[in-house]
Design a protein around this ligand. Structure first.
Ligand SMILES: NC(=O)c1ccc[n+]([C@@H]2O[C@H](COP(=O)([O-])OP(=O)(O)OC[C@H]3O[C@@H](n4cnc5c(N)ncnc54)[C@H](O)[C@@H]3O)[C@@H](O)[C@H]2O)c1
Length: 256
């Protein structure tokens, strides 16, 4: 029996990286997936690949920071697949700045990384209520717990996700909706690759560098699918007694 058979899942930022791996895994497990992605090309391609592989997927062009866009996405998702069971708030931007960040940079990252998940929940939760309940998984990070050089903007948003997760879990428990966060360590996605390359590091270099996966107990970057499995667990009925908390998937980065 597939673990998400008959379920409908909305995944933001599912055109690339962890979101895409999650959409592919959820589809393999029987879910119909809504790729709520701002990048038309990658979003469309992700949905096509899943459909070609025999899964159910719909791409909806979505900017999680724009409420009208989010409301449209939720309506299209319900029109295509009916009530929704799972929301994965994955989309984020990586504006990595210290205290020199401009108000415009602060607004951009707060809008996408913090307000975005709240807006998406606001418009998707009514459809989860229609389904009789479900699960929300928010993407936090090791950056929710540790200091990193010149990461003031990003780490502030990822720390906020933990508060968002706990408060949403409290408010939505009566509706039978569980809310949890996943906190990945260093995952080899486009953004990590770009930053590693800027430091002159390839993947093998990032695996051992003390500021990258070298700081983990397992000295290698994760594949996005390794994070997707943790998201799948929290989204599935196997996690029926888990809400308001976070799961570290960081290869021991924060265990030191
Ligand atoms: N890669 C890592 O090492 C790592 C570690 C810890 C946490 N995370 C978290 O995991 C999540 C995914 O990270 P990733 O590395 O896969 O990122 P990524 O950059 O590879 O993918 C992010 C996707 O989100 C989309 N997106 C960005 N802004 C959007 C918006 N406003 N509306 C809709 N879509 C938007 C992008 O187009 C992209 O497809 C993020 O929340 C990130 O903070 C990543």
């Amino acid at each position: 029996m597939k673990r998400l058979q008959g379920k409908v899942a909305v995944i933001t930022g599912a055109g690339a990286g962890i979101g895409r791996a999650t959409a592919e895994l959820f589809a393999e497990e029987g879910a119909a997936v809504v790729i709520a992605e701002r990048d038309e090309a990658t979003g469309r391609e992700a949905a096509e690949r899943i459909t070609q592989a025999g899964g159910k997927a719909l791409f909806v062009s979505t900017d999680v920071a724009d409420e009208a866009s989010v409301a449209r996405m939720a309506a299209e998702a319900v029109a295509a697949f009916g009530p929704i069971h799972i929301l994965v708030n994955n989309a984020a931007v990586f504006i990595l700045k210290g205290i020199e960040a401009t108000p415009e940079e602060w607004r951009q990252i707060l809008d996408v990384n913090v307000m975005g998940p709240a807006l998406v929940a606001k418009h998707v939760v009514p459809a989860i209520r229609q389904a009789g309940g479900g699960a929300i998984v928010n993407l936090a990070s090791i950056s929710s717990f540790i200091a990193q050089p010149n990461f003031v903007t990003y780490n502030t948003t990822k720390t906020a996700i933990l508060g968002l997760t706990r408060c949403m879990a409290m408010d939505l428990a009566p509706a039978n909706i569980r809310v949890n966060a996943v906190c990945p360590g260093v995952v080899w996605t486009q953004i990590v690759e770009r930053q590693a390359l800027a430091m002159g590091l390839d993947r093998a270099g990032a695996d051992v560098h003390p500021q990258w996966a070298g700081a983990q107990l397992i000295h290698r970057c994760a594949d996005p699918r390794e994070i997707a499995f943790a998201i799948l667990f929290l989204a599935s009925d196997e996690a029926s007694f888990i809400t308001g908390t976070h799961l570290m998937v960081d290869a021991g980065y924060t265990a030191r």
